[in-house]
Design a protein around this ligand. Structure first.
Ligand SMILES: [Zn+2]
Length: 113
């Protein structure tokens, strides 16, 4: 019903963080525990709910160091602005920027450019 509001990285972070259910266990010296299945199932749910291209979002997160749902919270939140819109253009740009930041001047591809 609502007018399509642009979905942002912040929305994804909030969703995944809630799903991972981060909390401190009082008895264990404040050790933080959370739920993660080692995959992107929460991200996939989010993408389906918002009609986003899950494969593209996944690649973008991996490009920024997040290789499963909980790693998004550990590795991606600090590097990608919450304001970043999850449009297909921005998703591609964000993936490229992440790769460039993490692998500066990488010549792995032996790309003659
Ligand atoms: Zn994880």
């Amino acid at each position: 019903m609502s007018e399509s509001k642009t979905v942002t990285m912040g929305d994804l972070f909030d969703y995944v963080e809630k799903k991972c259910d981060f909390h401190q266990r009082p008895g264990l010296h404040g050790k933080t525990t959370w739920t993660c299945y080692g995959d992107f199932r929460f991200t996939e749910e989010f993408c389906k709910a918002h009609n986003l291209d899950f494969e593209a979002v996944k690649e973008m997160l991996e490009g920024n160091g997040g290789y499963c749902d909980c790693e998004i919270i550990f590795n991606v939140v600090d590097d990608v602005s919450r304001e970043t819109p999850l449009s297909s253009e921005e998703i591609k740009t964000t993936m490229r920027k992440g790769l460039e930041r993490r692998f500066p001047q990488g010549d792995e591809g032996n790309d003659s450019s």
